[in-house]
Design a protein around this ligand. Structure first.
Ligand code: WT7
Length: 661
């Protein structure tokens, strides 16, 4: 056991924005409720979750609740393990009796003229039909289905159809390249791929079907043949369909029954895989299961957003990310809510689009990422002022630390000081929100994610694993399991243990740094590993490096993050060329295009610095600490360079960097 070390100097407490009386009107929980519930959730997790698991409709009720261990070599996480249920029945069927005609999904297209409202009854029918189509195409319980789609309602239909028949979905963001999709389909041994003819973003077409065709080939070359493809017609573009392999959804839809009995699943049956970047190697397939995940997604959606029946909830995340899974689809639908899905981008046709959509559909809760807030802030207040936004009751932020300047703009300009802001900290791995204010409960501090949700026990440790107490800063761990936690890395439980439970044995290590202030508020300071956060999207520096070195002219590459005004972090690449290759602006463009091609546009390098050598230790390890400092222009603080194999390399890098400015 680690001992407790001395308290560091107190972090100055930023100005507080106390809970306003208006925020308490009609709220689900008071401050006293939160305190009592939180205490019970950590003192008596079994009792607490036995009660809250009841929010779902179970086919066979659970008798067991929590069965989890973070013990080295024996990490095992199970919740409600002997209960059975169907997730799609919880998101659809159980609402039909009293909410059949209520809108489940409001869809707003890329074109401001384009929108649709889909009722629970209509959504239920579509999901049943797609489930039947999947079965007809040979998909069975436990099979993996990849989903590569634009933000159209059929993306949610596809996810729910998989859940209905017990197939495991793996949604791959539509902005990823054929290589990335192919790799993920091979990794998950996908049976069938669901895609669309094309996507539409800011008036530009995205060739999804053509990308999917290439990805099928890439997966096949890597040793895995995907059997079939189901294609949704979105733009009506002419696309190549391979006889016997590719099928149109709109044709098959008419051939099947509108009923499909939900498959009875165990709480611990896998629901989905979602690939996410880590500090090493290829992206990991984060695996979430059925019961605990849905309890978590729905409970956090209800209480963090204080969601009330009839309200319109808009989470701007794409379904390709976990935020889209938990808060565009599963959380709101499990709660019988109305969720808005937006196909477009924040600045098309202009930077007032988000607020026009808010007014058009009378959005009550608006949940987005700091990078979007900063970009819209940069476009000027006039775009905001053109809208009313009176319908908004609550604002949310997710994906990266929100800088106080963006927080203030969001609070004062967008919300006109009428709305609380919930700054929600969580990860793909956590399934849903872990640290966040509750709107009627928590006094806000701009930039702080504030306090843990029920059942969440955060802890700070130093690099040796010693537990830190009081107001201080350290590495953020969670000491015990919560129902929404990932269960394993798909097909590689050892990697799961290694990645999350071996750095500080017995604890889940988040990969984030954090500080806790004198009031016990949590401030996430960002990743402490080699993961960077670009516009709220997670990127492994190792992935970008391996894309760069796969270019024939590159001999070696090192990638680090650096502060970027809009993106949060930008991608800075140090590139060593092959013998005989000359650095040029032309070559930089070629390398940027190459990385986009290998991974996708979100991985576009922002800066490339050609470097004849990289700073390495004598054992050959690249000293990223130094590279990060140089990328940040922080030349005075390079630290100890005496352990370098060739200290001259650093001088060259600094000279180069300075000459280029
Ligand atoms: C990483 C997880 C959670 C869904 C979106 C991203 C960072 C996320 C916050 C926040 C500070 C945040 C962390 C985390 N992060 N939310 N409110 N404040 N940092 O999911 O792609 O799995 O990334 O995003 O660094 O580890 P993800």
């Amino acid at each position: 056991m680690s001992s407790v070390v001395a308290v560091k100097p107190v972090v100055p407490v930023k100005p507080l924005v106390p809970v306003k009386d208006e925020w308490k009107v009609g709220a689900l929980l008071t401050k006293a409720d939160y305190e009592a519930w939180y205490e019970r959730s950590v003192e008596d997790p079994d009792g607490f979750w036995r009660e809250h698991g009841q929010r779902l409709d179970w086919i066979k009720p659970y008798t067991k609740v929590k069965n989890t261990s973070f013990a080295p070599g024996a990490v095992s996480i199970q919740w409600f393990e002997d209960g059975t249920l169907n997730l799609s029945a919880n998101c659809l069927d159980r609402h039909l009796a009293d909410k059949g005609d209520q809108t489940a999904i409001i869809w707003e297209g890329d074109d401001p003229q384009d929108s649709r409202r889909i009722s629970y009854r209509e959504l239920h029918e579509d999901v049943c039909r797609m489930a039947n189509v999947l079965k007809d195409l040979g998909v069975a319980r436990g099979d993996r289905v990849s989903i590569y789609m634009p933000m159209i309602p059929e993306a949610a239909v596809a996810m729910l159809a998989c859940a209905r028949i017990g197939a495991i979905h793996s949604v791959v963001f539509g902005g990823f390249s054929p290589d990335a999709l192919g790799g993920r389909m091979e990794g998950s041994a996908t049976k069938l791929l669901i895609t669309a003819d094309e996507g539409l973003r800011a008036g530009r077409k995205v060739p999804l079907k053509a990308n999917a065709d290439k990805a099928m080939e890439i997966a096949a070359k890597a040793g895995h043949a995907v059997e079939a493809m189901l294609v949704i017609r979105r733009t009506g573009a002419e696309v190549a369909m391979r006889e016997g392999r590719d099928h149109w959804w709109h044709s098959l839809r008419e051939t099947v029954s509108p009923d499909c009995p939900p498959e009875e699943m165990s709480a611990e049956d896998p629901l989905f895989i979602l690939y996410t970047s880590g500090s090493t190697g290829k992206p990991k397939g984060v695996l979430h299961t059925t019961g605990g995940y849905l309890v978590w997604a729905s409970l956090t959606h209800q209480y963090v957003f204080d969601y009330r029946p009839g309200e319109v909830f808009w989470c701007t995340a794409d379904v390709g990310w976990v935020t889209g899974h938990s808060y565009s689809v599963y959380g709101p639908l499990a709660n019988g809510g109305t969720t808005l899905m937006f196909e477009g981008v924040p600045n098309y046709p202009d930077a007032g689009r988000m607020w026009q959509v808010v007014d058009k559909h009378q959005v009550n809760i608006f949940y987005t990422a700091p990078t979007a807030i900063r970009a819209l802030m940069g476009a000027g207040d006039a775009f905001v002022a053109k809208s009313s936004r009176r319908s908004i009751r609550l604002l949310g932020s997710v994906g990266e630390p929100i800088n106080p300047e963006a927080w203030n703009w969001y609070y004062h300009v967008v919300g006109e000081e009428r709305c609380a802001i919930v700054d929600t900290w969580w990860q793909t791995e956590t399934g849903g929100i872990l640290i966040s204010p509750l709107p009627a409960v928590t006094d806000l501090k701009p930039g702080s994610a504030t306090t843990p949700f029920f059942g969440v026990q955060p802890q700070l440790v130093d690099n040796e694993g010693t537990v830190l107490e009081g107001a201080t800063e350290g590495n953020l761990c969670i000491t015990d399991s919560w129902p929404g936690q990932m269960r394993t890395v798909y097909g590689d439980h050892e990697r799961f243990e290694q990645t999350y439970f071996s750095t500080y044995p017995g604890k889940y290590f988040t990969g984030d740094g954090a500080r806790r202030d004198a009031d016990g508020y949590w401030w996430i300071t960002g990743r402490v590993d080699d993961v960077i956060n670009v516009s709220g999207h997670r990127m492994g520096t190792a992935e970008v490096e391996s894309a760069l070195v796969s270019h024939p002219k590159v001999s070696e590459a090192a990638v680090v993050g650096y502060p970027h005004d809009v993106k949060g972090q930008g991608i800075y690449c140090y590139v060593t060329l092959m013998e005989g290759q000359e650095p040029s602006d032309e070559l930089k463009k070629e390398l940027v295009a190459h990385v986009r091609n290998e991974i996708g546009p979100i991985a576009s390098p922002d800066k490339i610095q050609f470097s004849p050598g990289l700073p390495k230790t004598r054992s050959g390890k690249i000293m990223r600490r130094i590279l990060r400092k140089i990328a940040e222009d922080d030349f005075g603080a390079l630290g100890d360079t005496s352990t370098l194999a060739d200290p001259g390399v650093v001088e060259d890098l600094v000279d180069n960097r300075q000459n280029r400015k």
